[in-house]
Design a protein around this ligand. Sequence first.
Ligand code: AMP
Length: 428
Amino acid sequence: MKDEQKQNILQTVRGTRDITGNLYYKKQGFYEHAQTIAEYYGFQPIETPIIEHQAVFLKGVGEHTDIAEKEMYSLETAGGDMLALRPEGTAGVMRAYIENGMGSMPQPVKMYYGGPYFRHERPQKGRYRQFYQFGLESMGSSNPILDAQMAHIGYLILQESGRKITLKVNTLGTIESRKKYLQELTAFYTKNAESISAKDQERVHTNPMRVLDSKEPETIAVNANAPVLSESLDDESQKHFQSVLSYLDDAKIPYVIDNKLVRGLDYYSHTVFEYFTETEDGTSLALGGGGRYDGLADMMGHNKSVPGVGLGLGVDRVLEISTETSYLASIQKTPRAFLIQQGAQAQMKSYKIIEALRGADIAITHGREKDGIGAQLGYAESLGIRYALIFGQNEADTDTVMVKDMLNRNQETIPLSELTHYLLHLSI
Ligand code: AMP
């Protein structure tokens, strides 16, 4: 093996990372918090595979989107199946809704989920190739109250980060009014084809909305005069959007209307929204977003429309901007004491103490594999634990334990039968 190859296998793949220690706990705490809020709002868990048929996403997010054209990790199996690692959550959940006949359940079907997603993007701060999302979907109803509820729940989850969250909302209107708008937009760009960049000229015929988002200077200049979507909205679109806004007003969720917000994917109609926070250097960081996707099931080839609305939150970014105590995981315990044992008999019997304390929900740390008292005390001190439970030959014989306060060096002998009670009343 070449030296270079040896080095590569000892490094994570570019854009991926190991999640350990506090970051792991924080991530776990975020999911617990988000899931709890989702459960309160009547959502139920779903876990779909990380790998799906490539077409689920090509048809779902649209073939002429950045995700489909550049960012999707695709692979061909030995049997010739074209598969892909999921780049986003909604298309897979819609596939599950259709495949599992959820259309015959009481509607809407409300689901939450989370896990890793994959996009081949240029890695940078806050952008990974394997990143984590928490998502919600409500499928089977076109009621605008659900659009507002979705934006509301995401806001509640993010609020726990301790940061100021800005919610931006916009409407893309019904599929029909959007079609009309796309015709106008295509006509406008065709008329101005000479003045926009070559790359954008191609996009006019595949996904004209993306030209609106263009970073090419000559296109930006032309875009100043491009037709505005909100001006081609029909009555139904206006009414839907007004209802969403009034529900948000009623829930006292602050929002900003941003008529440039389009989101990248083909499946959206009506409401779209995104959450931002300002970072220390004054830039705006996108923490998540979502919207209504009434045309998605049709795009995926289903014989029935399934109106729906969903939300995806970027977990990596939320963890980066949140405080240490924002999202505490219930699995993380603060040990009340450190158990030190000495001698074969004490070592053998110490598991009984550990189990009795676990039964009483008292977390302790221990080093049963260590023998010398000095080594164990040193370990306890390095962990910053105040109380040591010393269990040696003498204590094992008399069913007692010596509790030592490492701060003032006081010590006290306690019968094992009273230990649980004693520890529960110690201030740590
Ligand atoms: P999207 O639906 O693409 O807007 O993604 C929803 C959220 O996921 C974004 O607002 C980001 O917070 C997060 N996100 C998307 N792509 C990445 C990535 N490559 N790395 C980290 N977070 C991401």
